[in-house]
Design a protein around this ligand. Sequence first.
Ligand code: GLA
Length: 572
Amino acid sequence: MTFPDRVISGAVHYFRVHPDLWADRLARVAAMGLNTVETYVAWNFHSPAPGTYDFTGWRDLPRFVELAGEQGLQVLLRPGPYVCAEWDLGGLPAWLLRDPGLRLRCCDPAFLAAVDDYLDRLLPLVVPLQATRGGPVVAVQVENEYGSFGDDADYLRHVRDGLVGRGIDVPLFTSDGPGPDHLASGTLPGTLATVNFGSRVAEAFGELERFRPGEPKMCMELWHGWFDHWGEQHHTRDPGEAAAVLEEILAAGGSVNLYMAHGGTSFGLWSGANLEAGHQPTVTSYDYDAPVGEAGEITEKFHAFRTVIGRYAHLPEREPPALPPRLAPQTLPVERWAPFGAASAAWGDAVHGPAPRWMEEVGSGRGLVLYRGSVLVPPDGGRLVLEDLADRAHVFADDRLVGVVDPAEAAAGIELAPRPDGAPTRLELLVENRGRVNFGPGLGRDRKGVGAVRLGNRFVHGWQTVPIELDADGFTDAVAFGGEPAGEPAPTYAGVTVHVDAPADGFLALPGWGRGFVWLGGFLLGRYDEAGPQRTLYAPAPLWRAGANEVVVLEMAHVGERVELRDVSDLG
Ligand code: GLA
């Protein structure tokens, strides 16, 4: 089988779309004139613990592929094992980081063993879905932009051979930046090379032609939009200008995959981060300024792309589906409060030891981790130093908040005063994981939690490490509400009830709040942050029910007074 002639594809990640909306989103991207949809497979979304895999419900990849087939779409599958994608650790399971010696994305035997187990679980589900067996999957990617990361050709071959050896017989491809060094390290002889870019088509395809004369040209990621970090500006790109780049690719006879056709949402705690100007966590929305918006909106870019595609391919007769209905706006005063400790029934078991443990060692590795210990502060005081903190800590001494610190501040130390009675001071460090780096040399370096604690130069020993997995099923059921908001800027739970007649799409906003987490009906929608740019969280129809819906907020900085349900999104 050869690579299909003209692929006009767009990316839709099943892990970023509620499964009840998969068919709707696939119908929308098909209506734009795509003949193919592309998805990554996020390994960590399927594997909560070593040797444990889930391919059901939201994780039912075969169902997504079959639904695409029902829309007449071919499927490009990009199973990693690494995918980047602004997804926690680039899709690699955080449990890989439990082994401090393990090296990612190379022929480290422990890494290869985990990769092989993943492929053993995944590929039996994919093999029957290939075009060679009558299914929609027409091609499969080997790794992802490996040329931007490493030069271990044996590893890349191991992944390729692992696909072939387990029954993948549709064409394979790699995908890289168009620079000669990227292509040299990221490609494999005999495997189609594709390139990723946002503009300068002739230059990129020219590089590819020099590297692989006469081979088909495909832009595997046309970056016509972009993602956002908290505290930075929102990215959009002019539809006309983006459509002109698409036209250039198609006019050159190339194939394309729009990254993204529909971006969706990094619900829960799955958002990744970059490490360039320090740790830069990515926002919850993955709208990406895509032609089909986060809530299914048919945008100006959709029409601009459809017009261009219509000049090179047959457009489907059908119109794109209408915008799904939205809930009427409501302002919801907080009805219930609870201190942070009120959900302790949902915390994980404490792990005792001389040193604090990494979050990855004690559970899923997502959410928060609480360290409990004590230290005798000498009469002239001392500086409490948190080594290798990731990513932010609330520091309590005898139940009093003495600092909210980022890694630089934590390394500089927090002044502690001695107790008048000469007794040891009780310490609690509540550390928040704000998302693991998913791209570049920082991948796998940011183990979460704290590496060691010192008072001056003396290590503090004797710690309990307690994982707090905010995205665990039923977590908010454990919040024992009652009482008033806490007086000081400590983490606090707030609850409101939202009555709706019938489920529909909504957007939750928290004006006046600081930053934290929001659940709807027990489902963790994701993080919010007054730093913006994102101001509303998408709450899709399948998460609502007719009647009363519980919204729970965990605020980490300063509480507001009300939650707003809105009928328009605000991404900044
Ligand atoms: C790279 C990766 C993608 C994504 C984009 C940026 O091209 O391959 O997974 O991270 O960058 O959105």
